[in-house]
Design a protein around this ligand. Structure first.
Ligand code: 5GP
Length: 211
């Protein structure tokens, strides 16, 4: 089966990073593309696992050297998907889960039309505010920026093929997993089905000769 990219986009606080993490725990056929960013690590975030944390100079150099499959300025920081991360996961024959913003999703899907785009919504505006405040790691200014950006992000929901409402985490993870299963069954993602169909046709033709 052909591995494909799975883009998860959402307003900050909708829970897409948690969903991505849970997905990796429950499915062996998915891997995660670790993005690069210029933002400072939050407590507990490990370089190379949560993100590749780069200085603005290192990030600009990576842009010049065409290391990114897409990149964008998000909430005042630079974020980008490294080509080598996508290639690493695909080389392992896994679908690549990418936790990227709506601008990056549009850029990436333009170069990789086989990518599937899933938008994660919180169940309500109040929940989004509560989740962002509840992190306890963001300044008031950062929260305001992220909430303001959320309005624009939700505005491009129509560009996404799928939408999952993250009200209950287990349910949201299982819905994303169902989407992946359905996409695996697309004919183009399942080259083995052409072989099975060809075998059936030749068996039927052989049978018909003696009927
Ligand atoms: P955070 O700072 O909360 O980890 O992420 C902030 C935003 O940046 C989120 O919307 C996240 O999806 C987005 N983001 C993370 N990695 C990438 C990336 O590689 N490319 C783009 N375009 N956005 C990203």
């Amino acid at each position: 089966m052909n591995p494909f990219p799975i883009i998860l986009s959402a307003p900050s606080g909708a829970g897409k990073t948690t969903i991505a993490r849970r997905l990796l725990e429950v499915r062996k056929d998915v891997g995660y593309s670790v993005s690069a960013t210029t933002r400072t690590p939050r407590p507990g975030e490990v370089d190379g696992t949560a993100y590749h944390f780069l200085s603005p100079e290192q990030f600009s150099q990576a842009v010049r050297e065409r290391e990114f499959a897409e990149y964008a300025q998000v909430h005042g920081g630079m974020y980008g998907t490294l080509r080598r991360e996508v290639e690493r996961v695909i080389a392992d024959r896994q679908h690549v889960v990418m936790d990227i913003d709506v601008q990056g999703a549009a850029q990436f899907a333009a170069s990789f039309p086989e990518a599937i785009r899933i938008f994660i919504l919180p169940p309500s505006g109040e929940t989004l505010v509560k989740r962002l405040k509840g992190r306890g790691t963001e300044s008031r200014e950062t929260i305001v920026t992220r909430l303001r950006d959320a309005v624009g992000e939700i505005g491009v929901l129509d560009e996404f093929e799928y939408v999952v409402i993250n009200d209950e985490l287990d349910c949201a993870v299982s819905q994303v997993s169902c989407i992946i299963d359905a996409e695996c069954l697309r004919r183009v993602n399942s080259p083995g089905s052409a072989r099975v169909a060809a075998e059936i046709v030749s068996a039927l033709q052989a049978e018909l000769l003696h009927f």
